[in-house]
Design a protein around this ligand. Structure first.
Ligand code: MN
Length: 226
């Protein structure tokens, strides 16, 4: 695990994203088995709207960009492009990345909690490209799998598929639409942008249409009878 790529992509004098510790501590296998590994999904309205799916492993956050976000329907496979590992501290980041910077836009903590690997050797599962795990989030629960695919992407952004396993938490509910708000602040993207000096109009395009604040209609002047 290295945060080299993460740091190279960012200018920490400009962005308020965390730089991460020099030597992050990996949790012991005992700690990991207790379900204390961080899990977070950050909804990110950058050039394209996507959901950053992150799992703590060996002192960093393994990260995948999921354009359509997670889906509770086991019949649906969601493309997940693996991106650079992020620092553990990133799990708490909600706010604005300045325009022109890498990932410039608005970031929301869409879901958070912990995760448990379903395989004893996570490194072997990652190498094989078949990682099974259980999520203990506020929105996402139960068993999931990330499967690496051939084809799409390159060595810099290998593509995986994020799939819900069949269990009591599987459903046809469109959770990205029904649960659009931050689990830490209760805000929509537009409200986060407004509170962090971001582009409110652009951020709002990532919020569900029904949730966007409706502008008061301009009152038509009614002609008064004489
Ligand atoms: Mn992102």
């Amino acid at each position: 695990m290295s945060l080299k790529t993460y740091r190279e992509k960012r200018n920490f004098e400009v962005t308020s994203e965390p730089g991460g510790k020099a030597k992050p501590a990996a949790k012991s296998a005992k700690q990991a088995s207790k379900g204390s590994l961080i899990y977070v999904v950050q909804k990110h309205r950058a050039t394209q709207l996507h959901y950053d799916f992150r799992l703590e492993h060996n002192g960093a956050l393994l990260s995948w960009a999921v354009p359509k976000g997670p889906c509770l329907d086991p019949a649906v496979k969601r493309l997940a492009m693996q991106v650079e590992d992020h620092p553990i501290e990133y799990a708490k980041f909600e706010g604005t990345i300045p325009k022109g910077e890498y990932g410039g836009g608005t970031v929301m903590v869409w879901d958070s909690g912990t995760w448990t690997p379903e395989q004893s050797d996570v490194n072997a599962a990652l190498t094989k490209g078949d990682l099974k795990f259980t999520l203990h989030g506020k929105k996402l629960h139960g068993s999931w799998v990330l499967v690496r695919t051939r084809g799409f992407g390159g060595s810099s952004k290998p593509s995986w598929l994020l799939i819900k396993h069949k269990d009591e938490f599987a459903s046809t509910e469109d959770i990205t639409s029904t649960e659009p708000k931050s689990v830490v602040s209760g805000k929509l993207l537009a409200q986060i942008a407004a509170d962090h000096g971001g582009d409110v109009e652009e951020a709002a395009t990532g919020d569900p249409v029904v949730s966007r604040p409706v502008k008061a209609p301009v009152k038509k002047r009614t002609s008064t009878a004489k």
